[in-house]
Each structure stands twice: as C-alpha cells, then as structure tokens.
Design a protein around this ligand. Structure first.
Ligand code: ZN
Ligand code: ZN
Length: 108
C-alpha cells in the first residue's frame, strides 16, 4: 500500500521486536493495523522510530488517506495529547515519525 500521509512511496514492512509494521521510507510515518499499536507500545520500538524530524512536523498538518481502503482517515485526539490519524473502515492508525515516543511516555 502507498503511504497514507505523503503518498509518495510504498510502505515497507519493518519488524520491531516481533511486531511487523508498515513504514514509509519518505516521511518515516508508520501504519498500524488494528491491535498492532497496542502491541508496539508494550514491546518497545527501536530508537529510530522515536525521532521527530522536519518532515514529521510538516506531515502533522497533512490529513492522511487510508490507501488500503481508499477513504480519508479521521483525526483522533484520544491518545495522549496526540492528533493521530485513524481509519474508521479498517481500524488502522497512522503515526507520524516521533509520535510513538509521545504515546509510550504517556503510557508508562
Ligand atoms: Zn510517507
Ligand atoms: Zn483503512
């Protein structure tokens, strides 16, 4: 599937502590299928997924579009103080690079 955020590149599977997630090579955002995000927070991700960048700041303003279901994703503010993009159809969640760290800090 193409990146729901920047839509410039195909998402690439990456394995973090036994959880496979789709990650965009361009904006470094991550797409989690339903249930995957919870597992990711519990198992801890690699340091690279934590870093904010100029790209991730810019992407925060962009509305994501679920490329799997071809529907716009909706902004949710329920998780920590983050505005994350969720797909109502497949339950997928898109996190910009760095947002995972905020979630984990909030969780622990
Ligand atoms: Zn992207
Ligand atoms: Zn979807």
């Amino acid at each position: 599937m193409f990146c729901p955020k920047c839509r410039r590149e195909e998402m690439k599977p990456e394995t973090h502590k036994n959880t496979e997630i789709d990650r965009c090579p361009v904006c470094k955002g991550m797409f989690f299928e339903k249930g995957e995000l919870e597992r990711m927070i519990i198992t801890n991700a690699s340091a690279d997924t934590f870093a904010f960048s100029a790209m991730s700041d810019a992407m925060d303003e962009v509305t994501a579009h679920c490329t799997r279901c071809d529907v716009p994703m909706k902004a949710h503010t329920g998780l920590a103080d983050l505005r994350v993009d969720m797909c109502d159809t497949c339950g997928g969640i898109f996190l910009d690079q760095g947002e995972l760290a905020t979630l984990q800090l909030h969780d622990s």
